[in-house]
Structure formats: structure tokens, C-alpha cells
Design a protein around this ligand. Structure first.
Ligand SMILES: [Zn+2]
Length: 136
């Protein structure tokens, strides 16, 4: 684990007030997406899902507020002070970290290819996503 964090680059991110902060090791790679489900539409997440080993939360987990709904698999963490949600645990990948790229410092969103995820029809969308997983 420690060796992962000796690699570069390290990205830093967090909420608005600074209570929730984290570090991520490695480049911004893989799939970056927006989703049109009921909560992502309102929160405006830019999703980037990474293995937990690449993510280091610098805030105690107990300090996060968490919202759940529907299947309650997704853990919509957010800062209890400023309300910003710099990462969460996604229903599609509960063993990973879904980083909100809007909250990562120095990321130029216009330079990224942001794919669309049809979260309004989640079951269909996730099935087709897994069929094409080899493209990632
Ligand atoms: Zn905050």
C-alpha cells in the first residue's frame, strides 16, 4: 500500500471547506463519466472509479455524512459542514471509490473525454457497460 503512494503523480482533492480531503495516486485514466440518474443529475458528479488502493482519505471516515436511498448499496458520502460530495461509493462498484473529478485539484475537465451513463435506466445501462468492459 505504502509503495503505491511512492509513485507519482499524486492528486489531491476534497470538499469546499477542507474538512474532507484525500489523495489519489496515479494518472487520471480509465473511464470518466456523467450519469443522468436522479441523484447524479442533481449532484453533478463527474465519475472516475478507481481501486481503493489508489485512494487515501485524510479525514476520519466517521467524519463523513452519508445519504442512502433505493437499494442503499451506494453510499453518498458528503461533508457535513459544507455539503460538498468529493467522492462516494457507487452502486456499480461498491468495492471501489467513485471520485468526483469536480473536486480534484488541477483537473481540466474540458480536456477529458466524459462518457454518458444512462443511469435513469440503471439495470440496462450497467449490463451493456459490463458487456463492453473490455473497451476500457
Ligand atoms: Zn466541507
Amino acid at each position: 500500500m505504502a509503495s503505491e503512494f511512492e509513485k507519482r503523480p499524486i492528486h489531491r482533492g476534497g470538499c469546499h471547506c477542507g474538512r474532507v480531503t484525500y489523495e489519489i495516486v496515479g494518472p487520471i485514466d480509465g473511464r470518466v463519466s456523467e450519469c443522468n440518474c436522479s441523484i447524479c443529475t442533481k449532484k453533478a458528479y463527474i465519475h472516475w472509479i478507481i481501486p481503493r488502493e489508489r485512494f487515501r482519505l485524510l479525514t476520519p471516515w466517521e467524519d463523513l455524512a452519508t445519504y442512502t436511498f433505493n437499494t442503499r448499496v451506494a453510499k453518498h458520502h458528503f461533508c457535513p459542514k459544507c455539503g460538498v460530495a468529493p467522492f462516494y461509493i457507487a452502486r456499480s462498484d461498491p468495492d471501489k471509490i467513485d471520485v468526483n473529478l469536480r473536486c480534484v485539484e488541477g483537473v481540466e475537465l474540458t480536456s477529458l473525454k466524459i462518457r454518458h451513463f444512462e443511469g435513469r435506466n440503471w439495470e440496462t445501462a450497467i449490463a451493456s457497460e459490463r458487456d463492453t468492459a473490455s473497451e476500457r
